[in-house]
Design a protein around this ligand. Structure first.
Ligand SMILES: [Zn+2]
Length: 265
């Protein structure tokens, strides 16, 4: 089993650090190192050596630390083909596999392996990494929300979110930012009668009050409470129509409406 550790960066980013559950294994990999310092500090403190870097998309708060980290140690850098990722050695796209042999439980055990999913919308070629029941989805799916649509279309973003939503309920969702409480506040405006959402808010508030991340969430939880995964639910359609002052029903228009509403919320 991998151990997955959040390293806070900037205001509200998380750099997800993967290490073996076997504490004798001295290697770690990182996802979206927007800055090098938290990674450097963690590796030094834990006596770990960097084995690989995975990037979900090209935004500086996700890739800004890569050059400094590979200058310390030359490691494979996986990232979306079609985006300018610093020091990229392994351009990846849909269905490619990412294996990190250094993180295996033992020398005879299989290497942890992730499948690449293309999830464009936030950026042109954004990818997610899925494996061992865990999903690293950058700025596409957030806990109770989703990323802004910067380089793609609403239809693309909704297709990407739907692709992620099709993964098993128990999938752990590791996204790029601690936005959960603000996202829940918006979700409650869209979906006011959702009792699971109210319970989620209490849980998230307790975690934040204690100084803990609200992540990972699970896909089951997202499907039940995240309005951007619920664009076909009558209550979400109604709220979108109220916001627009017009009658739309198709999921892409509903998604576009609530995404725009969230931008102004
Ligand atoms: Zn981004």
């Amino acid at each position: 089993m991998l151990e997955i550790v959040p390293l806070p960066a900037f205001q509200d980013n998380y750099i997800w650090t993967l290490r073996s559950g076997n504490r004798d294994n001295p290697y770690a990999a990182v996802v979206d190192p927007g800055e090098a310092r938290p990674v450097r500090d963690y590796l030094a403190r834990e006596g770990l050596t960097l084995a690989a870097i995975l990037a979900t998309h090209h935004h500086p708060d996700h890739v800004g630390g890569i050059s400094e980290l590979v200058a310390m140690r030359k490691v494979p850098v996986f990232g979306p083909k079609g985006e300018p990722i610093p020091a990229l050695t392994h351009p990846v796209g849909q269905d490619d596999r990412v294996e990190i042999p250094e993180l295996a439980e033992a020398s005879t055990a299989p290497a942890p392996s992730f499948t690449v999913l293309d999830i464009p919308g936030h950026t042109r070629a954004h990818v997610a990494y899925y494996g061992l029941g865990s999903l690293f989805c950058g700025d596409t799916l957030f806990a109770c929300g989703c990323g802004r649509v910067f380089e793609g279309t609403a239809a693309q973003m909704l297709a990407s979110l739907s692709k992620l939503a099709a993964l098993p309920d128990q999938t752990r969702v590791y996204c790029g930012h601690e936005y959960t409480l603000a996202n829940i506040k918006f979700a409650r405006a869209v979906d006011p009668g959702n009792v699971m959402l109210a319970a989620r808010e209490e849980r998230a508030q307790r975690l934040r009050d204690a100084g803990h991340p609200t992540l990972p969430s699970t896909l089951g939880e997202e499907r039940a409470t995240n309005p951007f995964l619920r664009c076909a639910e009558p209550v979400v359609v109604d709220s979108a129509n109220k916001y627009l002052g017009a009658r739309v029903a198709d999921p892409v228009s509903v998604f576009a409406a609530i995404r725009e509403w969230k931008n102004r919320f």
